[in-house]
Design a protein around this ligand. Structure first.
Ligand SMILES: Cc1cc2nc3c(=O)[nH]c(=O)nc-3n(C[C@H](O)[C@H](O)[C@H](O)COP(=O)(O)O)c2cc1C
Ligand code: SF4
Length: 676
């Protein structure tokens, strides 16, 4: 055992009758890959993308996959996160068994086990009368409104409860027929089961509400029905919250009590513990602003209540097998779950088992994947996620002929281009004028809460080293010098820089006063460490983390900072990822003043004039020591024209092609390298 990397992690374990090869499992995560079902409008079926995605991770050595939320009853047509969508597959329909069976076969081909998660959203379910049509009434335990939308449900009647229980049983029967190994009933994340369990949501005074035992009745009925449907050969369990963190909700002790009572039935084979309701979604899927493993202590507190069932735990932001090993070794959980670690790195388990943790591509908790839950999950640091059939681990056939490739710019696009070109066998030289890799991302990594970006840059550094990419830093790429290298192909990934003049999509003209000496771009703050003084105005047009990060950093250093933005919210483009909640919390904590619906009219002598974009009312702020313009970006692509007649094959990628985000940069770098 001593010679094995992570000896506790790679011990097999039994969940009920199901033998699992190691202690790593993928927690359920909605992928948005299901396709509309032509036979049942408004509902969906698993797709080829699902098969490729799950198969890649099964091949990558994971022990257990809990397949994303599926629909157990027609009254829960919507997605896990409450938005109306046709991208969650319907488990309740018997005719869908062959579609689900294809997923099970693909996973089993590689020795992993597969459970299906059944999620009734209750007041988050958002069913429609027809696709894209008016909403149907929402059901819940009571008429307590949902938190994330103006959705007011009505209490399910006894007949409706019976029908839903039947739906779960039928779904479980279908999963068994499709070859699945287990069923997870979603009892956390404010799903319908939790709406019954929790006194915060459940205000009933009939047999399903009132005492803790009565609130558990719905869960017991589901458990008996599902167990009855699948018998002893499949594992059956619940996903459970460990603390609702809601006034009047289930405390950690209450959650332990729920776990104990379910465990004592002897009908559950596993309990899958994590943290978070829809009220605390930014903790449930913790972004980079939250320390790693936020649920560890919550899970450890509930675990002693469980004596029979196997304890699965999702500590949150787990992307290092050493952490997983410790959690099992310390007995905090029997299996360690993660979603995003496996979205980013399909070979997490295999690389850990091989003792190569440094080769695991580390999830940076940016939550871009979460934004794809409706349209198709993708990963900013792994362009192959969701495209496994074409770009998967096994797709790197040697390129013929082998070419000499020069990549200019070691930002995210250039790094990925160099990596993929080298993986395909090309001879690759990567040039950057800076003394380090990362481009704009290395600057972003200096922002508070974004330090983790550096982990992925270090990963690229190691990978490029292993692949023999010739890295030339501190080197200005000049057209003649590049041409003299006689490359067969050049990838131009020289990125973009923020506009000095403050031009934005809102007013496509320079902001008067932009050229005053106390007006800076983000690069001047982050790269050149410009002196900002104690009264700073930050204009945010980008709506992501740049302005907020700079504001927080300067405010932490003692400056009084205002963020001015024409958007209704600071950092609006972090809303889909849930990151904005942490960003705003941190800004308020540092006393940053937020001025939404405002824009900069003019920068005067140590003063600025703002205006409200709706009322035109003006506000003057004096004694200003610095203005930071986070406006549009201008691409840096001069080399493309200079090389046009000198090199046969040129690929312009990422911000150098048109300024966008890290996501597009990595994708285009990858794509270009596949075309060479
Ligand atoms: C894109 C995405 C979709 C998710 N969908 C589900 C889901 O369908 N069911 C569920 O129980 N949890 C879902 N989750 C939550 C994860 O299972 C997990 O609890 C959470 O991401 C924290 O784990 P991590 O830090 O390892 O990602 C989802 C998470 C992500 C990122
Ligand atoms: S998109 Fe971001 S959070 Fe999601 S898996 Fe990739 S790196 Fe992690």
């Amino acid at each position: 055992m001593a010679d094995i990397a992570y000896p506790h992690l790679f011990q097999p374990i039994r969940i009920g009758a199901v033998e699992i090869r190691n202690r790593l499992y993928m927690t359920a995560h909605g992928l948005g890959y299901a396709v509309p079902d032509p036979e049942m409008p408004g509902y969906s079926i698993p797709s080829d993308r699902h098969i490729a995605y799950y198969e890649e991770r099964a091949r990558g050595g994971i022990g257990l996959i809990i397949q994303e939320s599926t629909v157990p009853h027609p009254s829960s047509q919507g997605s896990a996160f409450g938005y109306q969508t046709a991208t969650v597959a319907a488990a309740f329909a018997e005719k869908n068994v062959p579609h689900f069976a294809r997923v099970a076969e693909a996973v089993h081909r590689h020795g992993a086990k597969l459970f299906l998660q059944l999620w009734h959203g209750g007041h988050h379910a958002d069913p429609r009368w027809h696709p894209g049509g008016p909403k149907r009434p929402l059901l819940s335990a009571s008429d307590v409104p949902a938190v994330e939308a103006y959705a007011i449900p009505r209490a399910a009647s006894i007949e409706e409860i019976r029908s839903i229980v039947d739906g779960f049983a039928q779904s479980a029967r279908n999963a068994k027929a499709a070859g699945y190994d287990g069923i997870e009933i979603q009892g956390a994340h404010s799903a319908l089961v939790e709406q019954f369990l929790s006194p915060f949501y459940n205000k009933r005074d009939d047999a399903y509400g009132g005492s803790a035992q009565k609130r558990l009745r719905f869960a017991f009925e589901l458990l008996e029905a599902v167990r009855g449907a699948v018998g002893p050969s499949l594992a059956v369990g619940f996903r459970l919250n460990t603390d609702e963190l809601l006034p009047g909700g289930l405390s950690d002790e209450d959650c332990a009590d729920v776990a104990r009572r379910l465990d004592e039935t002897g009908l559950v084979d596993f309990l899958d513990l994590d943290i978070g309701t829809m009220h605390t979604a930014p903790l449930m899927i913790a972004g980079s602003y939250v320390p790693k493993l936020p649920a560890e202590d919550f899970i450890a507190a509930v675990r002693p209540a469980i004596n029979r069932a196997v304890v699965l735990g999702c500590p949150g932001r787990m992307n290092d097998p050493a952490d997983a090993e410790r959690l099992v070794a310390e007995g905090k959980m029997d299996m360690v779950g993660a979603a995003r670690a496996h979205i980013a790195e399909p070979e997490f388990a295999r690389l850990a088992q091989a003792g190569r943790p440094e080769k695991i591509r580390p999830c940076i908790a940016c939550n871009h994947c979460l934004e794809g839950i409706l349209s198709g999950v993708a990963c900013v640091i792994n362009p192959a996620t969701g495209r496994e059939a074409a770009w998967g681990v096994q797709s790197f056939a040697a390129a013929v002929p082998r070419k000499r490739v020069v990549v200019i710019g070691a930002g995210p696009a250039g790094l990925e281009a160099a990596r993929v070109a080298a993986l395909r066998g090309h001879e690759v030289r990567l040039i950057d004028r800076r003394d380090h890799i990362g481009g704009a991302q290395s600057l972003m990594a200096t922002l508070p809460g974004r330090e983790v970006v550096d982990d992925v840059l270090r990963w690229y550094e190691r990978e490029l080293g292993d692949l023999g990419v010739a890295l030339h830093l501190n080197e200005e790429a000049r057209a003649d010098a590049i041409a003299a290298l006689q490359p067969d192909a050049v990838v131009i990934a020289t990125g973009a820089r923020f506009e000095r003049t403050g031009v934005t999509g809102f007013i496509a003209a320079p902001i008067p006063g932009w050229d005053r000496p106390f007006v800076f771009t983000p690069e001047q703050i982050l790269e050149a460490e410009a002196e900002c003084g104690d009264r700073v105005i930050v204009l945010d047009e980008e709506g992501q983390s740049t302005a907020a990060g700079i504001a927080e950093r300067l405010a932490t250093g003692g400056a009084k900072v205002d963020i001015v933005t024409r958007w209704q919210l600071v950092a609006p483009r972090l809303q889909g990822s849930g990151q904005f909640a942490w960003v705003l919390t941190r800004l308020y904590a540092q006393g940053v003043t937020l001025r939404p619906n405002h824009y900069l009219k003019e920068i005067g002598d140590r003063r600025v004039t703002l205006f409200n974009i709706f009322s035109n009312e003006e506000t003057e702020i004096g004694d200003v020591t610095a203005v930071v313009l986070v406006g549009a970006k201008r691409r840096e692509d001069d080399l493309a024209a200079a090389l046009r007649d000198k090199v046969a094959e040129i690929h312009l990628v990422g911000d150098a092609a048109a300024p966008r985000s890290l996501f597009e940069a990595g994708y285009e770098g990858h794509r270009a390298a596949r075309l060479i």
